[in-house]
Design a protein around this ligand. Structure first.
Ligand SMILES: [Zn+2]
Length: 330
């Protein structure tokens, strides 16, 4: 039994017991849910194995450790990846492929145009699924909401929470709340329904006709405002969503003129590394300082190409999203 798994076991145990309680109450409130009772059985069995530390986190086929990353991804895992049969592996692969198609459906239209605004984005997962959140929502009132975020962790778990964020914001935006209240409500809903230690950093912005922009930044990488050769970060104004149920948020307002660009990104961009392990974030401002004449679409492709060249085409080590916004007028 490795020391790392031992160290996280008490937390995991509490978490599994929370799951069991939620599942038990859900199972009693709905009469006959076969999936729920199957999951409940799995959780009970994982708690039993936790009580006998020699069996939790150990592959039931080869008796090797399943590995911390795999146990984090699936605390109920009983078999290591090496011991899956070819059929099980291919089933897993198909499953992830279908999930990625569904995740693609959550993404907004490319080269989105609305009420004088034009937005382009690039979205790529480090693995099969992304924990990044990216959305654009136009309202009947003529506003364009732009959202970018990053759920802590990677892979399937993060992508599930990303889809929850997507649903929460989609349903709240129609209420036409002030931006800071919108984020505070989303935080409350997300924190209420998400197991710790998961949280998400995000930027929620509203662009109105005429160029007015209001931004709320919940602990996310600062958006960059490109005005001529000057690149100004828009600082974070609140904690990530999902950490505490009651959290207040502030917003920052500014005007985006026709020659300005606004860039949003996740740390898959700023923390991409080169061979000397330097981060790409160090040259982000420099690259952007001659981008103010480029269209939003070109700003995005210029940055993604530049980052790839910087990291010598190494595979992404984190999910990547880059979004650029410009005011083109009517
Ligand atoms: Zn095994």
């Amino acid at each position: 039994m490795s020391a790392t798994i031992r160290a996280t076991t008490p937390d995991l145990r509490t978490e599994l017991i929370n799951w069991r309680e939620r599942l038990e109450s859900a199972a009693t409130s709905s009469q006959e849910n076969i999936e729920l009772s199957g999951l409940l059985r799995e959780v009970r069995s994982a708690i039993e194995r936790l009580g006998a530390p020699e069996s939790y986190g150990v592959c039931q086929v080869c008796h090797d450790l399943i590995g911390q990353a795999a146990m984090n991804a699936d605390p109920l895992a009983k078999v290591c990846l090496n011991c899956l049969t070819p059929e099980q592996l291919s089933e897993l692969d198909d499953d992830l492929g279908r999930a990625w198609l569904i995740q693609g459906e959550f993404l907004p239209k490319q080269d989105f145009k609305f009420n004088g605004w034009e937005v382009s984005y690039y979205y790529e997962p480090a693995g099969r699924l992304s924990g990044d959140y990216c959305d654009l929502v136009s309202t009947d009132a003529g506003d364009l909401y732009f959202l970018i975020g990053d759920v802590a962790g990677k892979g399937v778990a993060a992508s599930l929470l990303m889809s929850r964020l997507h649903a929460i914001f989609r349903s709240l935006i129609s209420a036409q709340l002030p931006v800071n209240e919108l984020v505070a409500k989303a935080n409350h809903l997300f924190a209420d329904t998400t197991m710790r230690p998961y949280y998400a950093t995000l930027v929620c912005g509203r662009a109105s006709a005429g160029g007015d922009v209001e931004i709320c930044n919940a602990g996310h990488c600062p958006p960059l405002l490109i005005h001529g050769q000057t690149v100004t970060p828009v600082a974070a104004t609140g904690l990530p969503v999902g950490m505490f149920c009651q959290e207040r948020y502030e917003t920052v307002s500014f005007k985006l003129n026709r020659n300005d660009r606004l860039l949003l990104y996740t740390d898959g961009l700023s923390e991409a590394r080169n061979a000397a392990t330097e981060e790409y974030g160090g040259r982000l401002k420099n690259t952007l300082s001659d981008c103010s004449a480029l269209s939003a679409a070109k700003v995005v492709s210029r940055l993604v190409d530049d980052m790839r060249a910087f990291s010598s085409g190494n595979p992404l080590n984190d999910d990547l999203t880059v979004m650029a916004i410009e005011m083109v007028g009517h």
